[in-house]
Design a protein around this ligand. Structure first.
Ligand SMILES: [Zn+2]
Length: 102
């Protein structure tokens, strides 16, 4: 099943199917990353600039800022949820995430 995943509203939202599902202005806890020097990065997302679906996982590339060390810039691919039978299931931003280098 093909579910379109897109960046909308100048990067403010990731749209899945035809609904805005994941927005910026959230804090994401990322514990496996190459973004900054922090072991665990708490990153406030500012905009999304790319999205993809890989093996059922919905991933997006955000621009964000680490609130601990102030590193600012683009992150790798961040899993934001998954597709199950065509339905989007969001992940918990606080759970501890791993990005894939772009
Ligand atoms: Zn940091």
């Amino acid at each position: 099943m093909d579910v379109p995943v897109r960046v909308l509203d100048d990067g403010a939202w990731i749209s899945i199917g035809d609904s805005r599902e994941v927005g910026v202005s959230e804090m994401w806890r990322i514990d496996d990353h190459e973004f900054c020097g922090c072991e665990v990065a708490d990153v406030l997302l500012e905009a999304f600039f790319d999205s993809r679906v890989r093996e059922g996982s919905v991933e997006a590339r955000p621009i964000g800022r680490c609130i601990t060390c102030s590193t600012h810039g683009p992150l790798g691919w961040l899993p934001i949820g998954r597709l199950e039978d065509g339905e989007f299931v969001a992940v918990d931003p606080d759970a501890g995430h791993a990005t894939t280098p772009a």
